[in-house]
Design a binder for this molecule. Structure first.
Ligand SMILES: [Zn+2]
Length: 94
């Protein structure tokens, strides 16, 4: 594969990642507990070379009725960054 094709493929993967749950603030991954966020985020793949992502930053904030979490990941191999969005949805008490 040429370098140009590789760049194109990376861009395509990046766009697909943005459409996946968690790929944007408007489409966060819904979780019931913050404890599942880190394992989920570490399972995400690098757009360039594969599943070598490390969590480098986490930010929690409240939006609407829920706590949101924004996780920044960086690839251990190529340094590419990826951001994942989560919303913690508590089961309703009845
Ligand atoms: Zn990478």
């Amino acid at each position: 594969m040429s370098e140009r094709e590789q760049v194109k493929l990376t861009e395509t993967r990046r766009k697909l990642h943005a459409l996946e749950p968690g790929g944007s603030e408007d489409h966060p991954v819904e979780v019931v507990s913050s404890s599942v966020i880190e394992p989920h985020a570490r399972g995400l793949a690098c757009a360039r070379c594969g599943p070598e992502l490390r969590i480098v930053d986490q930010a929690a904030f409240v939006k609407g009725a829920h706590v949101r979490r924004r996780v920044t990941l960086r690839c251990a191999r190529c340094g590419d960054a990826r951001v994942a969005h989560y919303v913690i949805v508590q089961p309703l008490l009845q």
